[in-house]
Design a protein around this ligand. Structure first.
Ligand code: NI
Length: 158
């Protein structure tokens, strides 16, 4: 297990448009493994490569139904609307209210570069859209209505 340092708001890597992955080589496989380890250790539901300082179009998500790995994801359809609290591992200790589509359909490639389609509603839709935003240098804080709130941490949290 190898975790990587999570970059936080203010760091330049979180503002960049990431480049497409052209092949799933060893380096990219290790990146995906490390991203999963990093996400699970931080107890996040998603992580995008720029959050660990790598400007590649890769995201990992787990909303409690097992890991989803998306390479070069593209949002191809959205519908409906949901409003709820959102947070981000790159904006530690904060959350804010964000309105997003309630449904999202995404085309991507899996870890073996096979084309896949992932669709989700509610939390999964929110996670898909939030993580894919990261690949274009966007953070959820841009979409927050009102102010960011402080999240109360457990005492054993750093
Ligand atoms: Ni995030």
């Amino acid at each position: 297990m190898a975790t990587r340092k999570i970059r936080v708001m203010g760091e330049e890597c979180l503002t960049k448009v990431c480049r497409e992955v052209t092949e799933m080589n060893e380096r990219n496989r290790i990146l995906v493994e490390d991203m999963l380890d990093t996400m699970y250790e931080a107890e996040g539901v998603g992580l995008a490569a720029p959050q660990v300082g790598v400007l590649k179009r890769i995201v990992v998500i787990d909303v409690g139904e097992g890991p989803i790995i998306l390479v070069n994801p593209k949002v191809i359809e959205t519908s409906g609307e949901q409003t709820g609290q959102e947070g981000c591992l790159s904006v530690p200790g904060k959350s804010g209210e964000v309105t997003r589509p309630n449904y999202a359909k995404v085309e991507a490639f899996d870890i073996d570069m096979n084309p896949i389609v992932v669709e989700g509603e509610e939390l999964l839709a929110r996670a898909l859209l939030h993580e894919i935003d990261h690949l274009d240098g966007h953070l959820y804080v841009e979409k927050v209505v009102g102010t960011l709130k402080d999240v109360n941490y457990d005492e054993d949290e750093e």
